[in-house]
Design a protein around this ligand. Sequence first.
Ligand code: PTJ
Length: 271
Amino acid sequence: MTLPGEAKGSIRLRTTLLENNMTEIPRSHPRYESLVLREKLVEGFRAGYVVPQGLIAHGRGEMFDYLLGEKTTKEARIASRAAAALLLKAKRPVISVNGNVAALCPKEIVRLSEVAKARIEIGLFHRTDKRISAIQKILEDNGASDVLGFLPDASIPGLDSMRGLCTREGIFSADVVLIPLEDGDRAEALAKMKKKTIAVDLNPMSRTSRNAEVAIVDEVTRTIPEIIRNVEDLEGDSGSVKQALSKYDRDENLTAIRTKMAANLSRFLER
Ligand code: PTJ
């Protein structure tokens, strides 16, 4: 049976999707992008590298994104440019990857690591060797080589969770660490180690956002390409790198986003 508006050729695709327990999302759906992200996470969950807690965390993120109008704000753009500048200034930048990030934007993470000359290290809260191997494979399938994290040989002081495990070559000796979709503990512990962190977190009130050197309040699949664009633009231009950093004030930026979210919420309630 062909559904209304469905091209004949898409029947095979629909069958494949059903066989794989995936849902086909019509492109015309007003929340198409958001639903595709959910599918990616569900796929990762079924394959075993996204934890169920990751699905809950994404739902929390969606709620904040709703308050942002599901689009990148001016404040997030300023923060992403500062993040790009920080990565370019870093001597040993590292990108930390967890299950959700591997499911949502592996290709973009690998591209960012190339343009910013940053190492990739897998760091999981719910750590198992099986998950690390699966995530490493996804990153490698997307072009990464030399992914760190499988064999940790150091730990972050003061952190009891498994996410404290890291590698000496990577996070332990990094000066700048990009920590997308993090819980607050490691962000705080990394700050105590005098590392500069770049958070990507839709919650502007989270400890991660409040502890990061640069806090980008935006959806991760929108943020990473934005950082890539800025790294490419700022590369080799030390004046603009300096300007990007001086233009950014974390607390001011977070306050502006909270104000924006509150205003949107009031508007929604008045509807
Ligand atoms: O793969 P693991 O084992 O390392 O576990 C990963 C999760 C995400 C489960 C773990 O890091 C966790 O529990 O995170 P939290 O404490 O729920 O924090 C995640 C933060 O990311 C929350 O503040 C969410 O609002 C935010 N968030 C969720 N999805 C997105 C997001 N921010 C940006 N983009 C998203 N897609």
